[in-house]
Design a protein around this ligand. Structure first.
Ligand code: FES
Ligand SMILES: [Fe+2]
Length: 364
């Protein structure tokens, strides 16, 4: 692009299908990848094979052999420090370098599969499929609730046939709880109507806070922590592209939670990893962590099942919504007062995608 060419200002995207490659995404849970295991993944339309070598290193390579284009994930074996193509046996190390061509002594220096930056942190495998020189490891967030022994956590994954921004919208607008999750986590429409909502943007992050003060404890809260009287509840959401951290909790009413005194009570940390596979498919990895009744394995199972049942309700809805939106993807939609976080988030995505477009133009 010439320096004088005008660059349009970021517009708020209505389409649910914008792919942002210059971003860290969670490709898999660490537990999914034992030494010697391989996984097929797709992130932002990039086919990948993930594998873990004998020494524990995790690699993310393009899932396409340089010889005849065979997907390495389709029967490829990881042995020692290499992955072997299932077709004619070419071998590649974790950096993508070809280390063996059966029957051929010389290996050309250019014989390599594209490798992608990968970081394993807090029980998650993060992959970057954008410009490699932009992959700043510092931007992979720390998530202490997956490693702090004061917390216990459980996790699961859903493959959602809907665009990643639809899932982002869903998680940032909690006014859907009382309608979509009536049979699971629900919410009292009258109480929810009293929620005090605020949203602020800080750089590439958005913070949404929702407070319900001095309200009767719902059955779930009573069962979890035995609240006897009214409670103050909060739902705090931190958005960054591809990731939403959700902190919900409650303490006895008027005990100062909103002013920062949150000792005791109930604390749940939900992590939502939103990984775009294609424009219309999303890998949704979520975890639930708690710091109460941490030795109660039955409760861990129950929370895992509850989270799965709840997010399947979202999945069913998002897939129908995706199909309807696809019929006319550029048509305007109406934002409501509950979308204050969503609007900030969509603006950030628009800016990041525009920046990515400029970067691609400049490298042409
Ligand atoms: S296609 Fe991979 S070795 Fe031939
Ligand atoms: Fe939901």
């Amino acid at each position: 692009m010439s320096p004088t060419k005008r660059v349009p200002a970021p517009r708020l995207p209505r389409r649910s299908t914008l792919l942002l490659k210059d971003n860290w995404y969670v490709g898999a849970w660490s537990a999914e990848l034992e030494p010697g295991a391989t996984l097929a993944r797709r992130i932002c339309d990039q086919a990948l094979v993930l594998f873990r070598t004998e020494t524990g290193a995790v690699a993310a390579l393009e899932d396409r052999c340089i010889h005849r284009g065979m997907p390495l994930s389709q029967g490829g074996e990881c042995e020692g420090e290499i992955i072997r193509c299932p077709y004619h046996g070419l071998e590649f190390n974790a950096q993508g370098m070809c280390t063996k061509i059966p029957g051929q002594a010389q290996i050309p220096a250019a014989a390599r599969v594209i490798s992608f930056p990968v970081i394993e942190r807090d029980a998650m495998i993060w992959v970057w499929v954008g410009a490699a020189d932009r992959a700043d490891p510092e931007r992979v967030p720390s998530y202490p609730y997956h490693r702090d022994p004061a917390w216990v956590w459980t996790y699961d994954t859903l493959e959602v046939k809907a665009g990643w921004l639809l899932l982002t919208d869903n998680l940032l607008d909690l006014s859907h709880l009382q309608y979509v999750h009536r049979r699971t986590i629900g919410g009292d429409p009258l109480e929810d109507g009293r929620a005090q909502l605020s949203a602020t943007r800080d750089g590439d992050r958005v913070f949404v806070a929702r407070w319900l003060l001095d309200m009767a404890a719902p059955p779930f809260h009573k069962q979890m922590c035995g609240f006897a009287g009214n409670i103050d509840r909060w739902q705090e959401i931190e958005f960054r592209t591809g990731l939403i951290q959700f902190y919900s909790g409650a303490t006895d009413a008027n005990s100062g939670a909103r002013q920062g005194r949150r000792d005791g009570g109930m604390h749940l940390r939900h992590l939502h990893c939103i990984t775009p596979e294609t424009e219309t498919r999303t890998r949704y990895l979520f975890s639930v962590a708690r710091n109460f009744r941490v030795d109660d394995a039955a409760l861990t199972r129950r929370l895992q099942q509850l989270a799965l049942a709840t997010f399947r309700e979202d999945q069913a809805l998002l897939e129908v919504q995706q199909r309807r939106l696809a019929e006319d993807p550029n048509r305007a939609l109406l934002d409501t007062c509950n979308d204050i976080g969503t609007v900030h988030a969509r603006r950030i995505v628009a800016e990041r995608v525009t920046e990515q477009g400029r970067r691609i133009e400049q490298t042409r």
